[in-house]
Structures are given as C-alpha cells and as structure tokens.
Ligand binder design. Structure first.
Ligand SMILES: Nc1ncnc2c1ncn2[C@@H]1O[C@H](COP(=O)(O)OP(=O)(O)O)[C@@H](O)[C@H]1O
Ligand SMILES: CC(C)(COP(=O)(O)O)[C@@H](O)C(=O)NCCC(=O)O
Length: 331
C-alpha cells in the first residue's frame, strides 16, 4: 500500500502553497505513483510508442508503465463516474434522448516540455478502456492567428502569448463540443510552415473523450470593463494536467530540439526555418537561444507557469524527460 509523500519532502512543487501553510495536492514519487496502475496491462508496443513520441522525447515503455498506466486508470475512473452521473441525471430529469457530451481533458505546460508526447500516449491508452473507445486530440496551435495577422499587428515575436490566439474561436469550439454537437471543426496548424492552415481542419464528432493540448489551456482573461463574465477555456474541462519541469531543463530541451530539427524538419525546403539548416552551428545556437529567451521563456514565466496551481494533476519531469513526481489535487 502506498502513502502520499509528506509535503516536507517535496519542496520544489510546494513553493506556491507554502505561503498558506497548506497544499490542495497529494504528492507522490514516481515509484509510489506507479503502483496505482494495479493490474492494468501494458498493451502499447515499442513500435507504437516510437510513432507517438516527439523527436526530442526519449520516453520508453518503462516510463509508460511507471507513469501513464496509472494515469490512464485514474482518468478512466473519472470518465466512468461522469458517465454514471450523466445517466443518473438523465433519469432524474427524464431526458433519455439527450446524448452525453465528451469528457474533456486539458494538457498545459511550456513550449518544449513534451505536451504532445503525453497527449498522444494518453489518447492511445484511454482508447483501450471500454468506457472510452473514441478519443480525439486537438492542439491549440490551430487557434493561433495567421502569421499575416500577427505581422499586421506587429506581434509575430509574441507567437504563443495570449494575444496571438483567437480566443473567441477557441471558446466557441469548446462550447460546441460540450454542447454535444456533431462534426465540430477544429482548425489546423503546421509546425513545418510555422502558420495556420486556413483550408484544413479536423472534424470532431462526439468523441467519448477530447484531449485539448496547448500552452494556454489553463489561462484566464482580464475581466472586461463592462463587468461581463466571459467563460475561460478551463471552464469546459473535466480534468486538467500540467506538465512541469525546471526552467533550466526545458531551456536545454528547447535548444537541443532546435538543433535536432536542423538535421531533420528544417532541411525540408518548405520549412519556415529552412534557412537555419544552412547556417553554422554557432549561429543556429544563437537563434535558438534568442527564441527561447525572448519568446518562450518569457511566456513561460508570465503566462504559463502561473496557471500551474489550477491543474488537477501535475507531472513534474526531471532529467531525460522522466517524470519524478506527481501531484494530484485532493477532491
Ligand atoms: N519548428 C518546428 N518544426 C517541426 N516540428 C516542430 C517545430 N517546433 C516544434 N515542433 C514539434 O511540434 C510539437 C509541439 O511542440 P511544442 O509546442 O513545443 O510542445 P511540446 O514540446 O510540449 O509538445 C512537438 O512534437 C515538436 O517536436
Ligand atoms: C506554436 C507554439 C506557440 C505552441 O503552441 P500550442 O500548440 O501550445 O498552442 C510554439 O511552438 C511556437 O511556435 N512558439 C514561438 C517561438 C518559437 O518559434 O519557438
């Protein structure tokens, strides 16, 4: 039987809460967390995992077993409870014909922290639970304004900051999903061309679970002067996850990935970053450092990390992208 780690043993995660002298989270080491998988079988193969992980993420099947099986078991318990609640409410309200709405999971965290890998692995694992055969994944980059718009407003260097997203479109999308509408369109983004794809979209047709991933998914907005209450993205979430790591590690992962992409994606003549494939290593490092310091780190400090205390679950990664600590909000 595992017990939650004592708060005094987890100083780095507690900095937000110590001021109040209490924490709304239970903390677990990865070993403690791993035991919650119980008898959940590992059905993912190493070939499937290779397909799911991002270029810079060394995740292996041991990590899936240690961290993601327990997580998928916990999430599927939440999904089943919400389906049961839906049935009970339908009986209570005599609304038998109303179809259930998707269970929405938000995944937040810095650029380069590994959100995409986590989201894709969870999608695969959750789809193997009988209660949720249909799982869809949408990333918030599709809701970025086009580069043309960002240039026109002189904010191309603010890509990823709150003002670079069409928040209205994002909220309309989630409202439609949560209203249980069929065939909702999610806009698309290409990291290759570094821009939205205006003529492409993904159709989301009443999945059991929608995973919604992006740096901004736990953000709120300033209240408008007229005092009108506007919904925020996380109002539509049934569960939220924040992927966390020390700033210095994410910095290294960002720069290492940039240097790796130079050998791969940037070589494609269609890549927005194609010019960085040809420059010297030293020059490329300077560019990567600049993008990190002036855009992504700034955004992490100002807009992303402050949302961490809103998450239901925090996965804290250490060196090599391995999760070292898990914090789960007390119900
Ligand atoms: N310039 C790029 N060219 C091609 N792929 C990229 C580029 N930048 C990021 N990616 C890929 O896009 C995905 C999302 O990256 P990012 O938004 O930094 O989030 P995270 O690393 O948390 O998943 C990752 O799979 C990453 O490898
Ligand atoms: C597109 C991103 C903002 C990530 O967006 P997300 O999918 O989290 O909504 C990020 O990958 C990005 O392009 N940042 C701008 C600076 C840079 O080129 O790294």
């Amino acid at each position: 039987m595992t017990t939650a780690t004592r708060e005094s043993e987890t100083p780095e995660m507690l900095d937000h809460f110590q001021a109040n002298g209490y924490s709304p989270y239970l903390f677990f080491t990865s070993e403690e967390w791993a035991q919650f998988r119980a008898d959940t079988p590992l059905t993912l193969t190493s070939d499937e995992l290779k397909r799911l992980r991002s270029i810079d993420d060394p995740i292996d099947l041991d990590e899936v077993r240690r961290i993601y099986l327990s997580l998928s078991r916990l999430l599927s318990a939440h999904v089943e409870s919400s389906q049961l609640l839906f049935q009970q409410r339908s009986r209570f309200l005599s609304t038998a014909g109303v179809s259930k709405t998707p269970f929405v999971i938000g995944i937040a965290g810095s650029v380069a922290v590994g959100k995409s890998t986590t989201a894709r692995i969870l999608k695969e694992l959750l789809a193997r639970w009988p209660s949720s055969p249909k799982v869809d994944l949408v990333t918030t980059d599709g809701f970025l304004y086009s580069n043309a718009h960002l240039v026109r407003h002189n904010i191309l260097n603010r890509k990823g900051f709150p003002e670079s997203y069409d928040t209205g479109a994002l909220l309309r999308f989630l409202s439609a999903i949560k209203a249980g509408l069929p065939n909702v369109k999610a806009p698309a983004y290409s990291h290759l061309i570094y821009d939205v794809l205006p003529n492409e979209h993904k159709i989301i047709d009443r999945p059991d679970i929608l995973i919604f991933e992006g740096i901004n998914v736990l953000q709120s907005r300033d209240l408008p002067a007229d005092g009108k209450i506007i919904p925020i993205v996380s109002d539509f979430f049934d569960f939220s996850i924040y992927i966390d790591a020390e700033e210095a590690l994410i910095h290294r992962w960002y720069v290492d990935r940039f240097m790796k992409l130079r050998q791969t994606a940037f070589r494609d003549p269609n890549s927005y970053f194609n010019r960085y494939a040809a420059i010297s290593e030293e020059e490329a490092l300077t560019i990567a450092e600049g993008l990190w310091q002036n855009t992504n780190l700034k955004n992490l400090r100002e807009n992303i990390l402050p949302t961490r205390p809103r998450a239901d679950l925090i996965l804290r990664k250490g060196d090599n992208h391995l999760v070292e600590q898990v914090a789960l909000r007390k119900l």
